[in-house]
Ligand binder design. Structure first.
Ligand code: GDD
Ligand code: MG
Length: 455
């Protein structure tokens, strides 16, 4: 894969957000691995300089991508997609990645989850060269999963009315990360997310490659040969779709922005501008309005170290809240927290780098109606409004604060729930409960825990 090298990045304390970069070639041919192994991007840039090559792009050799896939778990949250659609998604996930299906599909009158597990088992058996591909699957409403999470220290994720894990995409993703943390360490150092309603397997494949390329490019977090990872910087890779096509008047229109993404991006960029303070805000007003292009990126990945430390939000607020929590954790040294609803300070964070990669495939998925889009926009604005990370000065030309401006625009948005970091879980307890309950509960797996593969 050939990626353009981002030209600009913006630092907010320990958080570095790189401006959009893009996939130049899906397949970059036989990139010289020895060049790459010299130390990823920095050395690559130096070499390009010495050899007077243009340094606008970097090729990630297939062997490096493959080494990364072997360290990645891909979580697929699903809810009532057809098994054919989910199978299409599975077909796009590189063979060496571990698939983790977290389902909230209906079980009555038809047990759709049973059908999903049957499909997954058959798919992995068929794809396994005589032995099944490893996988994990769990149902979000499994009482055993709820019991394991509560016993291990995260009762907050349970719905008080039935004692089961709450509904929501964010909650499903948390359950998936907990499984990877409890059952797949140290093998799976990276975790990525791909929606189950993606109708283009090639797009899924490209997202996973972009995750792997992003990790491999990060000089600190991606030493794919080191026995013990030395992570000095945590990395998050977020996908910007090449296009999000819609059918308008019988024609496919290849829109670039999603309807809720453009709103989430706009307000996150306002937040960054406010955090930068009045001097910088004026100096770089233009550049600060376009930094975040992945506010709502459902497709994203990060190293497990970060996945365990981040506080994750409920439902569709999960992706925009990443930025909010990272600003809380990493940009607070320069300003003071004001929000009364701000979550308590988390465990100490390492510096974090966010890469935003624009992919090539169109993102075709289940169409959403306007009320769903409204819900997503309000969830994103709620993640910002209720958890404003820093004392943001009265901003825009109207002299209003960011919170005032959000309120003036849409009223008070709903506050998402924010869960404690997953590392709060007692993994030994969680693992023991999940493994003990595997006969009674919905948990299905093959080849997990995995044999540790190094190198
Ligand atoms: N496990 C689980 N539990 N999965 C869920 C749940 C749930 O409660 N709710 C939704 N999902 C799954 C869906 O089945 C789908 O595969 C995926 O999460 C995304 O849900 P959609 O309902 O299709 O979301 P969307 O397409 O409107 O939004 C997607 O893109 C946004 C950016 O435009 C999501 O990925 C958003 O999170 C993202 O912000
Ligand atoms: Mg969708």
């Amino acid at each position: 894969m050939l990626l353009s090298i981002p030209q600009t990045s913006h630092r907010f304390g320990g958080l570095l957000i790189e401006e959009e970069t893009k996939v130049v070639e899906l397949d970059a041919g036989m990139v010289d691995s020895s060049v790459f192994a010299l130390g990823q991007r920095k050395k690559h840039e130096q070499l390009a300089e010495e050899e007077r090559q243009p340094r606008g792009s970097i090729g990630i050799p297939p062997a490096v991508l493959e080494a990364m896939f072997g360290q990645m778990a891909i979580i697929v949250p699903c809810k009532d997609e057809s098994t054919e659609t989910i199978e299409g998604v599975l077909s796009g996930i590189p063979h060496s990645c571990l698939v983790v299906l977290v389902s909230n599909s209906s079980r009555f009158p038809q047990d759709r989850y049973a059908q999903e597990v049957e499909m997954l088992t058959d798919f992995c058996r068929f794809a396994g060269y005589g032995r099944s591909r490893p996988f994990m699957a769990i149902h979000q409403k499994d009482p055993e999963a709820a019991g394991a999470l509560a016993a291990a220290g995260m009762p907050e994720i349970l719905d008080g009315s039935d004692g089961l894990v709450r509904n929501g995409k964010g909650e499903g993703m948390i359950l998936g990360v907990a499984l990877v943390a409890a059952l797949c360490q140290p093998q799976r150092r990276f975790v990525g997310f791909v929606d189950a309603d993606n109708q283009v397997p090639g797009a899924v494949n490209e997202y996973c490659k972009a995750y792997a390329a992003g990790f491999a490019m990060n000089i600190n977090s991606a030493s794919c040969t080191a026995a013990v990872p030395t992570v000095a910087t945590n990395t998050m890779v977020r996908i910007v779709w090449g296009s999000k096509p819609k059918v308008k008047n019988g024609q496919i229109v290849y829109d670039r922005d999603g309807r809720s993404s453009r709103v989430a991006n706009k307000w996150l960029n306002y937040l960054l501008a406010d955090i930068s303070g009045p001097d910088q805000r004026v100096a770089s007003a233009a550049s600060l309005t376009n930094i975040v292009v992945t506010g709502n990126a459902g497709e994203h990945a990060m190293d497990m170290d970060l996945a365990l430390k981040l506080r994750l939000a409920s439902g569709y607020a999960i992706e925009p809240f990443h930025f909010v929590d990272l600003l809380h954790q990493l940009a607070t040294s320069t300003t003071t927290t004001t929000s009364t609803t701000a979550p308590p300070a988390g465990p100490k964070f390492k510096p974090v780098k966010i890469l935003q990669i624009r992919t090539r495939n169109p993102h075709f998925h289940r169409p959403s109606d306007e009320s769903h889009i409204q819900k997503m926009r309000r969830a994103a604005l709620g993640a910002i409004y209720h958890y404003l990370p820093l004392r943001t000065p009265p901003g825009g030309p109207d002299g209003l604060s960011l919170g005032d401006r959000i309120r003036a625009c849409i009223g008070i948005p709903p506050a998402p729930l924010v869960y404690p970091p997953i590392e709060r879980l007692d993994m030994a307890v969680f693992r023991a409960r999940i493994m003990a309950d595997r006969k009674a509960g919905s948990f299905a797996s093959f080849g997990v825990p995995e044999k540790v593969v190094q190198g």
